[in-house]
Design a protein around this ligand. Structure first.
Ligand SMILES: Nc1ncnc2c1ncn2[C@@H]1O[C@H](COP(=O)(O)OP(=O)(O)O)[C@@H](O)[C@H]1O
Ligand SMILES: [Mg+2]
Length: 357
């Protein structure tokens, strides 16, 4: 199993800091989505490049090149696909890799596209092999071979397609077969957002949701949002609830901090599971190295949950390192939990050669 497959599991869905969309997100997201490139916050390089691609296509009166969007969940891939369609004045059809079981499913979609339409294929790395091969030809030659009949009597009927723009989204560009990757005219890699950008996302959403928030309140939420607009928007909604019930509805730094303490999201965006893993590593195993299985037993979680739900963020934050000898806490982890690392005993402690501490 890989990381993004399992972020869709229950363990991940229940978390306030999960980056996959839960049902409530899906309902609210439509209202919060920026509608054009000018409204889209951050990702300067991607925005600049995409703007050129789309402008040039418009000037030529042509359909835009196929676009591949890669990046972690919640960074704005679906939003950008809709913006691409809006900027091109084109309709958009939305589907996903897992929804396309058979090549025939894809053929049906492709053959019903209008000229210039945007086809958004989410989780494109999870498409079936035969569908993928059909897509190669459709992307390159705007043509598919529809197989009619079975066995020796089967015949391939070539079908012309109108020019369209494929927008593929993936959390893992590395998993795409090179022939598929090569057929995209433009690939955009989306990065995690910096706190100032997240603050702008939060102010914008607060405005749309008619919530009053001050600069410090937005900064407090931004700092806990794991670089992810979806999480920022979700935390904003929970803080709004708190502000309504416990205060006068206005979100200040104090209100945001108090609310997120109730939801157990700490100052750096770690939740109960993340902190549990770090605490076990520090308090029970002196900071490691300790094997993943042992660590999982210590926190009472499945090995996969620790590895795929908690660790990616801890590693990204520089709080935990995966080494050949096991999991090791970094000095930043001790500092974050307000604990003092044990004095090094010289040999036998993985911390020493790893961090020179
Ligand atoms: N650059 C951005 N500016 C403002 N809001 C954003 C931005 N990127 C994402 N969002 C918001 O975050 C949420 C998740 O974005 P989405 O496009 O669904 O992410 P993805 O498809 O990559 O998982 C949406 O509500 C969207 O409005
Ligand atoms: Mg999406």
């Amino acid at each position: 199993m890989n990381w993004d497959d399992t972020t869709g599991t229950d363990a991940a869905d229940e978390r306030l800091v999960a980056s996959v969309a839960d049902r409530e997100d899906q309902a609210v997201e439509a209202a919060l989505r920026p509608k054009d490139l000018g409204e889209f916050i951050g990702q300067e390089k991607v925005r600049e490049q995409l703007d050129l691609v789309l402008r040039a296509a418009r000037a030529r009166g042509a359909t835009a090149d196929h676009v591949l969007l890669s990046g972690a969940p919640g960074l704005g891939k679906t939003t950008l696909s809709m913006i691409i369609a809006a900027e091109m004045g084109a309709p958009i059809r939305i589907t996903s890799g897992p929804a396309i079981q058979h090549a025939g499913d894809l053929a049906a979609i492709l053959s019903s596209l209008q000229e210039g339409e945007v086809l958004f294929l989410d989780e494109i790395h999870r498409m079936s092999r035969p569908a993928e091969e059909m897509l190669y030809m459709a992307m390159e030659d705007f043509r598919v071979d529809v197989i009619v009949g079975k066995g020796p009597g089967a015949t391939a009927i070539p079908l012309e397609l109108p020019p369209f723009t494929l927008v593929g989204a993936t959390t893992r560009a590395g998993l795409l077969p090179p022939p598929l990757r090569d057929r995209f005219g433009f690939t955009a890699h989306m990065e995690f957002y910096e706190p100032p950008e997240l603050r702008r996302v939060i102010h914008r959403s607060a405005n749309l949701l008619d919530v009053e928030i001050d600069t410090d309140g937005a900064a407090e939420i931004a700092g806990r949002s794991r670089g992810t607009p979806r999480i920022a928007n979700r935390l904003l909604r929970r803080v709004r609830d708190y502000a309504q019930v416990k205060a006068d509805g206005v979100i200040t730094r104090e209100i945001a901090a108090a609310a997120l303490q109730v939801y157990e999201v700490d100052a750096r965006g770690l939740d109960r599971l993340d902190r549990g893993v770090l605490e076990a590593l520090l308090k029970l195993f002196g900071g490691g190295p300790v094997g993943l299985s042992t660590l999982a037993v210590a926190v009472g979680e499945e090995r996969e949950t620790v590895e795929e739900v908690a660790e990616p963020f801890l590693v990204r934050e520089g709080l935990l390192a995966r080494t050949p000898r096991g999991r090791v806490a970094t000095p930043a982890a001790w500092a974050h939990l307000g604990l003092t690392p044990p004095r090094s005993t010289g040999t036998g402690n993985g911390q020493q050669d790893l961090f020179g501490a």
